[in-house]
Structure formats: structure tokens, C-alpha cells
Design a protein around this ligand. Structure first.
Ligand SMILES: O=c1[nH]cnc2c(O)c(F)c(-c3ccc(F)cc3)cc12
Ligand SMILES: [Mg+2]
Length: 214
């Protein structure tokens, strides 16, 4: 019964990153994934695109679908304005347990609400559970087959407003063809592809930014 990869990633953070310093946590995870063990964080290259879009949106309320070890949660939360918050949903309890500790090490736990459970069940509860009106920004990074149903669910639950930005990871690798077809052809979205690479590799991947038009 050895350790898991998320546990080894957390151990590297607690050993090498400066407590309370989000940039140091981000750099430590990127170094671990590039030089020790690959892991499915959005990574440094796509992470810079994520940063620029989060900074442009400057969200008061952000939603992340798929926490994993909390890497992109830290990237998003470190850029939020005062009073801004990020709600992040994670299906896997072992991932959630590691993510809580990574987020705490970065010192941004007061800006983050991590909820364990299936996104399809939790999205309809966002208003009652967290008093959310609408989201300013949504990062889709959980399971490729949930991108489209969860985007539609967010629409149906009235959780998107004119101008809400949806940013989807992995639209090429592993690939989310149905989601891409929907946001690129629906009159309710203005969509743009940001070409990049699969985290820590030379394989093509990219992010799709889709603005909800109301
Ligand atoms: O399941 C995923 N959820 C969220 N993000 C992912 C990711 O960024 C990946 F690169 C990958 C991935 C895993 C193995 C590969 F060979 C390629 C991509 C998977 C996910
Ligand atoms: Mg991803």
C-alpha cells in the first residue's frame, strides 16, 4: 500500500514550496510534473492562457469543474479580486483530500469552496448551497463526456449571464468533439480556440473560450 501520485505531488509541495506563496506552489507542481511524474494539471503553458483570461474577466464568482490536485484552483484563486471566490467541484474523494491541502499550503483557502460530488448533481444546487446568482467564469476540466451536458445544465439552471466566459481544457487531447461542435455552432456563444500543448508535452492540445451571449 504505497503512496498515490497525488500524494507524492502533495509531498513535493509541502517539502519544496513556500507556505502562503501560490506562485511557489504552482512552480513546484510544474517542476514535479515535468521532471518527476507527469500529472494531468493544466500546466504552465496552458496555465498562462488561463491566467490571462481570468485576469481579463476578473471574476467575483468562478466555478471550476474538476479540481484534481488543486493546481488550476490555485492559479485561478490567486488572481481573484478581493471578495472574489472560486467554487470547485471534484468527484474523486482522494483527489479532493489532496487538493484541500495544496490549496491550504498556497494560503488561498479563504477564496475557495471545494465540494465533493458529481457535477451533474451539484450544479443544480449551486444557488441554494452557496447563494450563487450567476457565474462570471467557468473552467471545464473534469471529464470530457460531461462538458456538454454540464454546459447545458448551467444554462438551464440560470447560472450563466450575458458575458459569462466558459473556458474548456483538453478540447483536442483527450478531445471534446460534441462540446466543441455545440459552442462553435450555437448562436448563444461566441467561441475561440487557443492553440497550445498537452501539459508538459509537445502533443497538441488547446483551450476553447466561449462567451455566453444570454
Ligand atoms: O481526465 C482529465 N480531466 C481533466 N483534464 C485532463 C487533462 O488535462 C489531461 F491531459 C488528460 C490526459 C490523460 C492522459 C493522456 F494520455 C492524455 C491526456 C486527462 C484529463
Ligand atoms: Mg485538463
Amino acid at each position: 500500500t504505497g503512496s498515490t501520485r497525488p500524494q507524492r505531488l502533495l509531498r513535493a509541495v509541502q517539502k519544496k514550496a513556500t507556505q502562503g506563496d501560490p506562485q511557489s506552489v504552482i512552480a513546484t507542481i510544474d517542476d514535479f510534473c515535468r521532471h518527476s511524474e507527469w500529472a494531468m494539471n493544466v500546466g504552465d503553458e496552458k496555465g498562462l492562457i488561463l491566467d490571462s483570461i481570468v485576469s481579463e474577466v476578473n471574476p467575483s464568482t468562478a466555478l471550476e469543474l474538476g479540481t484534481y490536485c488543486g493546481y488550476s484552483t490555485v492559479r485561478i484563486a490567486r488572481l481573484l479580486p478581493p471578495g472574489g471566490r472560486c467554487i470547485t467541484l471534484e468527484f474523486n474523494p482522494a483527489y479532493a483530500a489532496v487538493a484541500r491541502q495544496v490549496i491550504a499550503w498556497a494560503g488561498i483557502q479563504d477564496k475557495v469552496q471545494l465540494v465533493e460530488g458529481p457535477s451533474g448533481d451539484l450544479i443544480p444546487q449551486m444557488k441554494e448551497l452557496f447563494g450563487v446568482q450567476t457565474f462570471d467564469f467557468v473552467f471545464l476540466d473534469h471529464w470530457k463526456d460531461r462538458y456538454l451536458p454540464d454546459a447545458k445544465l448551467l444554462e438551464e439552471c440560470g447560472l450563466l449571464r450575458e458575458g459569462t466566459v466558459l473556458l474548456a481544457d483538453n478540447v483536442i487531447c483527450p478531445g471534446t468533439p460534441e462540446y466543441l461542435q455545440y459552442v462553435r455552432n450555437s448562436p448563444r456563444y461566441e467561441s475561440r480556440y487557443f492553440k497550445s500543448h498537452l501539459e508538459y508535452t509537445k502533443v497538441e492540445d488547446g483551450l476553447e473560450k466561449s462567451v455566453f451571449l444570454g
